[in-house]
Structures are given as C-alpha cells and as structure tokens.
Design a protein around this ligand. Structure first.
Ligand code: NAI
Length: 246
C-alpha cells in the first residue's frame, strides 16, 4: 500500500497505460480520478476499477481545453479535498514522414501531448503548491529521446515533456512538489496496435528483452515515482524500454 490515501488523477485513464496505472494506484491504496476524452471507455474502466474495490471517480476531460482541465482539478479537490499526484498520460500519434506531414497533424499532436501536459501540470501545480506537497508525472517516450521514423510531431512533444519536467522540478522543488517523466519503450497498447506489424517486429528484435512491454510495467514505474520511496527523485526521466535503444 505504497500510495495509501493519496489522491491521484490519471489523464488518458480510460485504456492502455493509463488504465493499467489507475489499477496499480488502486491496488496501492490511492483514491483515483480517471480522466479521458473517450466517455464510453472511461465509464467501462471506472466500473472495472470499482469492482476491484477502488475509491474511483471518472471525469470526462479534453486536456487541450483549459476550462475542461480546470473542471477536472476542481471536481477532484471538491470530492477528495486534496491532490497528491497527477499522471499526465493522455497522448496521441498522427504519423507521417517529414516530407508528407500536414500542418494539421503537427498542430493536433502538439495540442494534446504538449499543451495538454502544460495545462494539466499548471492547474495541478497550483493546488500542490498551496498544500506544500505533490508529484507531477508526465508521459515522455523513447521516441522523444532518440527520434523515430514518421514521428516528427510526436518526437518533438515527447522531448518537450522532458524540458517541462526539468523546469517544473527547478521551479517547484522548494515548494514541496516533485516533477518526473517516464519514457516508455514500445508497449502493447491500442496506440502500438496501429503501427505496421513489420515495424513492431523490428522493435521487438532490437530490444535485448526481445518483446514489447506490458502497460503494467509502465504503471509500476509511475507508482514508484508517485510514492514516498521516490522522495529524492525530481527532474528525472525514467526510461522503461526493455533496452530497445542499447
Ligand atoms: P492509448 O492510445 O491506448 O491511450 C491514450 C488515452 O488518451 C486514450 O484513452 C485517449 O482517449 C486519451 N486521450 C487522447 N486525447 C485526449 C484528450 N485530448 N484529452 C483527454 N484524453 C485524451 O495510448 P497508450 O499507449 O496507453 O499511451 C499512453 C501515453 O504513453 C501516451 O502519452 C503515449 O504517448 C505514451 N507512450 C506510449 C507508448 C506505447 O508504446 N504505447 C510508448 C511511449 C510513450
């Protein structure tokens, strides 16, 4: 019960890594708010987590919209009285090579993966600074660190998340707030299911562990970083990649 009675918001919590993270946080004793733009999957996940005995609330949010983000934070504080952790996990891909990428593909991915993390991080930080404690965790990617064919937009956002995280660590550390990123490798979720099979096979082949990661393996990293066991870790980007870039 490493997160006993801590209050956590997980954006993109309806499925994939976000859902696995919500389940892990519930198992570790946290009160969990799952927030997502996909209402149908969100409600299914809320039901699943409640069946496990979780103290869970779901909120429909569009992380690109500041009013929607503020509503998510307000409802969380109204219900649970505080906010100990936010996992800025919502993210999208819209892939194209540089020569073919449209302005729309660029703008949409920047909006969700970069502006979304900024808006959620900022709104959460206001509550955390007031209470004198908190942890902001954000989804980067191995693609942010090393680039990837067809992902100019996505790579820019995931590298940007690391820059924001380091900045927040510097700005907020003395106010009791830690900020860290997690850079997953290739993880078996609906996002990766969209990738061509030969690319996925190539990634498996490149990884010393010889397989995709499971969403639970990223959830474990978030749970550790959210817990007091990580009390001296801030400004870090934890790579959870199966060694794919070695
Ligand atoms: P996913 O596509 O399975 O889930 C993403 C969730 O975010 C969905 O439920 C979606 O509805 C939600 N979402 C999208 N736009 C939103 C918005 N505007 N407002 C609120 N919610 C929104 O993705 P997955 O694979 O679980 O990835 C989660 C995070 O981890 C993403 O940030 C992704 O970039 C990152 N990541 C994933 C990797 C992978 O291999 N699956 C590798 C590295 C990073």
């Amino acid at each position: 019960m490493r997160l006993k009675d801590k209050v956590a918001i997980i954006t993109g919590g309806a499925r994939g890594i976000g859902e696995a993270t919500a389940k892990k946080f519930v198992e570790e004793g946290a009160k969990v708010v799952i927030a997502d733009i996909n209402e149908k999957e969100l409600l299914e996940t809320e039901e699943f987590l409640k069946e496990l005995g979780g103290d869970v609330m779901s909120i429909v949010v569009d992380v690109t919209d500041s009013a929607s983000v503020n509503n998510m934070i307000e409802k969380t504080v109204q219900k649970y009285g505080r906010l100990d952790c936010i996992v800025n996990n919502a993210g999208i891909t819209m892939d194209s090579t540089l020569l073919k990428m449209s302005e729309e593909q660029w703008d949409k991915v920047i909006d969700v993966n970069l502006k979304g993390v900024f808006l959620c991080g900022q709104a959460a930080a206001k509550v955390m600074v007031n209470q004198g404690s908190g942890v902001i965790l954000s989804a980067s990617s191995v693609v942010g660190l090393y680039g990837n064919f067809g992902q100019t937009n996505y790579a820019a956002t995931k590298w940007g998340v690391i820059g924001m995280t380091k900045t927040w660590a510097k700005e907020l550390g003395k106010k009791g707030v830690r900020a860290n990123a997690v850079a997953p490798g290739f993880i078996a979720t609906p996002m990766v299911a969209k990738m061509p099979e030969n690319v996925v096979d190539m990634m498996k082949g490149k990884a010393p562990l010889g397989r995709l990661g499971e969403p639970e393996e990223i959830a474990n990293a978030y749970a550790f970083l959210a817990s007091d066991e990580a009390s001296f870790i801030t400004g870090a980007c934890l790579e959870v990649t199966g060694g794919v870039v070695l």
